[in-house]
Design a protein around this ligand. Structure first.
Ligand code: FES
Length: 571
């Protein structure tokens, strides 16, 4: 018989409701025993291992090995490890974009953590949207959890240089579009860009979110940069299993004790110091929102002006994630930023961040991780822009942009949608010069394309052929963390919500000032009001997840989370 007092832990936690808890516990044990578990095993704390392998997710190829290593750690400490799947989001395998499904995955993680008999959990992910989805789910479920990332791929030598996804993907595609390399060569390169298990090899979105997970201290120290195929990652996985077992016994710390407004500020500081992906701004806002924390874009500007770029990694710099690992990892970066971080933040280890960082790193490669006083770039990588074209904000990654384009007024060349863009961008007839601003509309969160990574508009072919490498590009879309250029993103409200962007026409003048953090549409209010009169909101799909998405998705400054998933959202 089960003692009703002990039904809040282990296998009898979260019982199925038959109106008779004793029966539910008896039935559950019976079915669990059908899988070969002994009563001794079933009497132990249960560590869930949330996995997300998929034949459609190359970045999670190493997951079976990580699961085995986590299990080893749990068993060492006397717990019962049980793995279970959630959906997986393979960045390049989802249409229209993985962003549409991030919130769906977060709901899957949250609900499975809350519904199953789990005392603590190790959650494993890696690819761009997977880790934010898992952190959002963990934050909402609020049971003791550790995030384990799959880790970055290795860049590989290729004809005298290194190749790694995905900054090099873009570099070579740009050359191909400009006619500098042949079909045969681009085919060859296609097979050499991503050759090991793991996530993209540069400081793209996946690596940025791995670093953010480490500074949010939802992962164990050193977890961000260890390459996917390195034995240290398996040892880290084993340690995650051990630590999760301790958390199951103590029942703490809870994610909402760890993800505080101070921890979010720490994450922003690191995001800027690593010149991380613009996508992380959206994901951080969503994670913060799950914990009842606001993340005003003005905060980014304040921290950006105080925080230099310290790491020399692609796409801003020269190196790959494996070099960051060898140079001292994120821990060495955190040491440089120590005076800017809130060191009293609680971590998954139960210590404070300050205690984590009590010992200085033994060795740091200064080619990759610079000293705070001798930075790679003087100011943080990202800033928010505001103005009549972006009343609630837009983002530019200044560290990866051409500073000669920062202070200028340009003529808008407008594309109404992604379809319009792809049908006209390479046309010889396109009326465009390198001084124009390319503007893409209807690629934001409320658009049919659900805010894809399309903000990195290609340079029109006829300009690329003349050697033009960068132009000002403006949209409500996102950009891959592996891309670079003078690209203004996340313009909000987006065009499909009737934001100012919806009313820009080819020939309008737009003023960009990175110094003043401004983005203005130089069209009179009267003229804009006239244009607004004929605007009609797009139709919403009539059923299914797509309907839920369009009815409830928020704008970029709120993280594009569903409005009802934010913490304590009033109905
Ligand atoms: Fe998964 Fe780049 S495609 S991290």
């Amino acid at each position: 018989m089960t003692d009703p007092k002990n039904m809040s832990q282990g296998i009898t936690r979260n019982l199925t409701n038959y109106g008779d808890p004793g029966f539910a516990a008896y039935l559950r044990r019976s079915f669990a025993r059908s899988m070969g578990y002994s009563l001794d095993s079933l009497s132990r704390p249960i560590i869930g291992i949330a996995t997300s392998p998929s034949g459609f997710n190359n970045c999670h190829r190493s997951m079976p090995d990580l699961v085995e290593a986590v299990k080893r750690g749990v068993l060492k400490r006397g717990g019962l490890p049980i793995d279970f799947p959630t959906i997986s989001l393979g960045e390049v395998f989802l249409s229209p974009t993985s962003m549409m499904f991030r919130n769906l995955m977060s709901m899957d993680v949250e609900e499975m953590l809350k519904a199953q008999p789990i005392d603590a959990c190790v959650v494993i992910g890696g690819c761009d949207k997977t880790v934010p989805a898992q952190l959002m789910g963990i934050a909402s479920a609020n049971i003791p959890s550790i995030q384990l990332v799959t880790g970055p791929m290795l860049a590989m030598p290729f004809e005298g240089e290194q190749l790694g996804a995905c900054t090099d993907c873009r570099r070579f595609w740009g050359k191909y579009r400009a006619g500098e390399i042949s079909d045969a060569r681009i085919n060859d390169i296609e097979g050499k860009l991503a050759t090991t298990a793991g996530t993209c090899a540069v400081m793209g979105t996946a690596s940025t979110m791995a670093c953010i997970t480490e500074v949010l201290v939802m992962s164990l120290p050193g977890g961000a940069a260890i390459p996917a195929v390195h034995a240290d990652r398996l040892r880290l996985a084993e340690a995650c299993g051990e630590r999760a077992m301790e958390m199951a016994v103590s029942g703490s710390p809870l994610p909402q004790q760890i993800i505080t407004s101070k921890a979010i500020e720490n994450a922003l500081t690191v995001l800027l110091a690593i010149s991380g992906s613009t996508n992380a701004v959206v994901h951080l806002a969503a994670i913060a929102g799950r914990c009842g924390i606001d993340l005003p874009l003005e905060t980014i500007n304040r921290i950006s002006d105080e925080t230099p770029v310290l790491v020399n990694l692609k796409p801003t710099g020269d190196h790959y994630m494996q070099d960051l690992f060898a140079a001292g990892g994120l821990t060495a970066v955190l040491h440089e930023l120590k005076h800017q971080l809130h060191l009293d933040c609680l971590t998954v280890t139960g210590e404070t961040l300050g205690q984590w960082l009590s010992e200085p790193p033994k060795w740091v490669d200064r080619n990759v991780i610079r000293k705070f006083k001798e930075p790679y770039q003087k100011e943080g990588g990202l800033i928010a822009l505001f103005g009549t074209l972006a009343p609630t904000g837009a983002i530019i990654k200044r560290a990866a942009a051409d500073s000669r384009l920062f202070e200028r007024t340009g003529r808008a060349v407008v594309f109404e949608s992604l379809e319009d863009l792809s049908s006209r961008i390479d046309s010889e007839e396109l009326d465009v010069t390198e001084d124009d601003f390319l503007v893409l509309k209807n690629a934001g969160p409320k658009s049919a394309s659900c805010m894809p990574e399309a903000g990195y508009l290609p340079i029109p072919k006829k300009l690329a052929a003349r050697g033009v490498k960068d132009m000002v590009r403006i949209s409500d879309a996102r950009m891959s963390g592996t891309a670079f250029g003078t690209v203004v993103l996340h313009v909000s409200p987006d065009a499909s919500s009737g934001g100012s962007l919806a009313f820009v026409r080819t020939g309008d003048q737009i003023r960009l000032s990175v110094k003043e953090k401004k983005l203005d549409l130089l069209v009179s209010e009267e003229e804009l009001a006239l244009r607004q009169r004929n605007w009609k909101a797009p139709d919403i799909p009539s059923r299914g997840y797509a309907r839920l998405y369009y009815e409830t998705v928020t704008q970029a400054p709120l993280g594009c989370d569903f409005n009802f998933l934010r913490y304590n959202q009033k109905r």
